[in-house]
Design a protein around this ligand. Structure first.
Ligand SMILES: [Zn+2]
Length: 317
């Protein structure tokens, strides 16, 4: 066989090449990579499969909604600008904190479809060709050309990609490994502009996360602390004792005794993922000292202030 000079990359080489090289001003390629992985995993039949833009932009909405509205992860890698997807989400959802779950939020706010359409229009044309470095073996087929180093999609574009059966089989088979590599590169990217606990775990969970039961903490707190609501100081009835994350769970992303207090259901509900006042911060610091939780307390004040800086809003306490 004649030597042709260029060897086609294998899918594995190609995937790693795409997620670790190239444009560095947004994280769209990671989002698309995650979508392709999750989509392939969900398929039963391995054959060439048409995927319409709408499905991709819906996944984008979810990934970026969690980063922007729930975890407050900053995306401004370029000076003075943020990716369009974030501007779109902010314009629709507002900058105020959104305490509901993703599904509940969009059940209440009926603009999900408009949002998805806008993301489709403004974000996908830029990212879809980036998964197809032209001379290589490609995961999918899609109509586009390169004009002056910019990708151009024809106006009569069918708005779908054709994911190759072979690619689906590859993505399914290597899902665990590829997903871990992707999350690592994604988190490395976000680390540059974020100081947030458990960043990797947050990126690993861009969807509703199952929360652990706090019953064992309730037992411990009842043994060592007052049987009073931390916030309103009312005496707690046995059937109305809640465990509340002082610094929002969405920020700390873990259950730690130094961050947990007992509260009544009313305060627990009202507090939600808001930040408590500085006075309450002093109160919990004193409590932690009293209960000797300071050894394991990774400086609650540092967490509190970085959480505030990240954009979590102050509540009523
Ligand atoms: Zn209360």
């Amino acid at each position: 066989m004649a030597y042709t000079g260029v060897r086609k990359m294998t899918f594995e080489e190609l995937f790693i090449y795409i997620i670790s090289k190239g444009k560095k001003d947004n994280t769209y390629k990671f989002a698309l990579g995650k979508f392709l992985l999750d989509y392939s995993l969900s398929l039963r039949d391995i054959k060439d499969t048409k995927i319409y833009y709408g499905e991709i932009s819906e996944a984008f909405l979810k990934y970026y909604w969690f980063q922007e509205c729930k975890y407050k992860i900053k995306q401004d890698f370029k000076q003075n600008s943020q990716p369009i997807v974030i501007t779109i989400i902010q314009n629709f959802c507002g900058a105020e904190y959104i305490p509901d779950s993703y599904d509940k939020y969009f059940k209440k706010n009926k603009f999900k479809e408009d949002l998805t359409k806008l993301i489709e229009k403004k974000c996908l044309n830029d990212v879809i060709p980036r998964f197809q470095p032209e001379e290589y073996n490609n995961f999918y087929f899609h109509n586009h050309e390169k004009v002056n180093k910019k990708y151009k999609v024809p106006s009569n574009d069918d708005k779908f990609i054709l994911l190759q059966g072979e690619a689906i089989s590859f993505l399914k088979k290597n899902y665990e490994l590829l997903h871990k590599a992707l999350i690592l590169e994604w988190a490395k990217f976000l680390e540059k502009t974020n100081f947030t606990p458990k960043l990797i775990s947050k990126i690993e969970n861009l969807g509703e996360t199952k929360r652990n039961s706090l019953t064992r903490f309730k037992k411990i707190l009842l043994e060592i602390d007052n049987k009073k609501c931390f916030y309103c100081n009312c005496n707690l009835d046995n059937d109305d004792i809640h465990v509340d994350h002082f610094i929002p769970w969405s920020y700390v992303f873990d259950d730690e005794l130094w961050n947990l207090v007992l509260s009544c259901s009313k305060c627990n509900l009202k507090k939600s993922d808001y930040l408590a006042s500085e006075n309450s911060l002093v109160k919990i610091q004193t409590r932690n000292e009293k209960l000797n939780l300071v050894q394991t307390n990774k400086d609650i004040s540092e967490y509190y202030h970085s959480c505030k800086k990240a954009g979590f809003l102050m509540g009523a306490f």
